[in-house]
Write a protein that binds this ligand. Structure first.
Ligand SMILES: Cc1cc2nc3c(=O)[nH]c(=O)nc-3n(C[C@H](O)[C@H](O)[C@H](O)COP(=O)(O)OP(=O)(O)OC[C@H]3O[C@@H](n4cnc5c(N)ncnc54)[C@H](O)[C@@H]3O)c2cc1C
Length: 511
């Protein structure tokens, strides 16, 4: 059984185990899913489809949905664009990019089963009553160095977006939620799980606190599924398990209270092992604006520090490594011509605008609006001379003017002597007025957790399954190992969906 690591903070201290008389109510179910995010909702819906009695316990007042990119390696949507990805090549690249520290069995499962999970979602969301439009993200790194495949699925104009609220994953989860209501799934909202209940070596349920403060138990005859998300919102846990998460310039782990590691702790107390630390992080340079392009990045001493032509996770890690809270992406007033010229070489998601494949990939009007908004709020600055721009950015003036002159000279020579940026992207920044936009790394999620096997069973230190206990989504470890790979944008939600679907299928088949 895992014991508390002596270096860990009080978050790991096991609570007092409740005695049965402390529960004001004991509910019974077959499958208890704890956490109504993409992983939990997918598992619950899939299991409920086969007639199993499912209870979903959620600490917040509704399900949690974020993001727009849902990654699947292949699908009928991709086929419509004539795209078929090679799953084996995908697995090899993923394993390489994760420093060989991920569990290849899980990656292989995702590569081969994500299409089936996605078709299952398509079957639901395209029903006339939901009428969700699907598309593929057109953003992809076009070079050879950082392979990024098409496969981020967009779900547009669904029931949530039609009400004027942000859609995407919300649209998918709303459809699942409505279907689960029809199937009689019991939702316990505002009911945070406090600890798991273990009897004779088997996890048989969970103790939770109701809104009125009373303690209840939910007993699950078949399985208890942890789908409680990550630890990103818990600074103390991050410091011990994933310190990089606390070095970002900000955390966008919302809604508040969702990603605080409750499931990790409960699993630990029930005897689960964690994957090796530090846990991998998902960090995107989106604290201020999404698109960063590939022109010239400078830090606060006015100096260049990296090859700007890389993918979003890499940009973020580089900025953190420099000890900077934010850097500046510098371009010029010729951007309406210069940006489109870079698109055939493009640098993946959030590098530029996020538009569906096959549709307009760059809109000058859209970009102008982003610039205007930025100028108003101060996260973008504009000036007629490099000196003035440096002043507005608040960076070292001499450092910046020297950097800009040298950068433009290298562009004219067609070779990046400093960091080896592709020659096609060595585009001078020389047409006043000059523009600079703030880029800051934000933590989206910590994507590491308890050790699981390919059946999503939670393992102890001896790699033995803990009977009755499963984990999916960000509470589960093994998918990434060291870093969040951008080979397939949206792979976090995509894998939450896939493993939720697979576990839900297995629990249903056991019925
Ligand atoms: C702003 C933003 C944008 C993102 N965009 C994308 C994207 O486009 N594509 C992508 O792949 N990834 C994206 N991500 C990451 C992605 O959202 C997460 O990795 C993914 O949602 C994790 O899913 P999950 O089901 O494991 O956890 P979550 O979605 O975090 O769900 C966990 C649920 O468990 C509940 N819970 C926690 N503790 C308890 C408890 N004690 N009792 C009961 N319930 C509990 C939480 O309240 C929550 O509802 C984004 C993240 C952020 C922050």
């Amino acid at each position: 059984m895992t014991v508390k690591n002596a270096k860990w903070g009080s978050w790991a201290d096991p609570p007092k185990v409740h005695s049965p008389e402390e529960f004001s109510e004991i509910l019974e179910t077959e499958v208890l899913v704890i956490g109504a995010g993409i992983a939990g909702m997918s598992c619950a819906y899939r299991a409920a489809q086969s007639g199993v009695k499912v209870t979903v316990m959620e600490k917040l007042d509704r399900y949690t949905a974020r993001g727009f990119n849902v990654g699947a390696v292949n699908s009928s949507v991709l086929e419509k664009y004539g795209i078929h990805n090679d799953p084996d090549a995908f697995v090899r690249e993923w394993v390489k990019r994760c420093g060989n520290r991920c569990d290849e069995r899980l990656v292989h499962l995702f590569a081969y089963r994500s299409p089936e999970a996605l078709e299952w979602v398509l079957d639901l969301v395209t029903r006339p009553e939901y009428n969700v439009r699907t598309a593929i993200s057109g953003s992809r790194y076009m070079g050879e160095t950082y392979q990024e495949i098409y496969g981020a699925h967009f779900f547009l104009n669904g029931p949530v977006s039609r009400q004027g609220r942000p859609g995407g994953v919300s649209d998918v989860l709303e459809c699942m939620y409505q279907e689960m209501q029809k199937l009689g799934v019991r939702f316990l909202f505002n009911t945070p799980m406090e600890q798991l209940i273990k009897e004779n070596g088997r996890v048989t349920g969970a103790a939770a606190v109701k809104e009125d403060g009373s303690l209840i138990a939910v007993k699950a005859a078949r399985a208890v599924v942890l789908a409680t998300g990550g630890i990103g919102g818990n600074d103390e846990m991050c410091e011990d398990l994933s310190p990089l998460a606390n070095r970002t310039s900000g955390k966008v782990c919302f809604p508040k209270g969702s990603d605080v590691g409750d499931g990790h702790r409960a699993a630990l107390w029930a005897g689960a092992a964690f994957e090796d630390t530090p846990f991998p992080t998902m960090i995107h340079p989106q604290l201020y604006l999404h698109s960063s392009y590939c022109f010239l990045f400078v830090k606060n001493d006015g100096k260049r520090f990296m090859n700007e032509d890389t993918y979003l996770q890499a940009k973020s890690l580089n900025i953190i490594q420099q000890g900077e809270k934010y850097i500046w992406s510098v371009f010029d007033s010729d951007w309406p011509e210069k940006i489109p010229a870079t698109l055939p070489y493009g640098g993946g998601i959030f590098w530029g605008q996020e538009n569906p494949l096959g549709e307009e990939q760059f809109s000058v009007e859209k970009e102008q609006a982003v610039i205007d908004r930025g100028l108003k709020s101060g996260i973008t600055v504009m000036a007629d001379t490099p000196e003035e721009l440096a002043e507005k950015m608040g960076v070292d003036r001499d450092g910046f003017t020297a950097t800009l002159a040298r950068y433009n000279e290298m562009c004219r020579n067609g070779h990046d002597d400093e960091f080896g940026k592709r020659p096609e992207l060595m585009i001078p920044v020389d047409k006043p007025p000059y523009i600079a936009r703030k880029i800051g790394p934000a933590l989206l999620a910590v994507v590491g957790g308890v050790t699981v096997d390919p059946d999503m069973r939670v393992l102890d230190d001896e790699k033995n399954p803990i009977p009755g206990l499963y984990a999916i989504g960000n509470v589960a470890g093994g998918r990434y190992g060291v870093d969040y790979p951008m080979i397939l944008p949206g792979n976090s939600i995509g894998s939450g969906l896939t493993f939720g679907y697979l576990l839900g299928t297995a629990l249903g088949n056991d019925a």
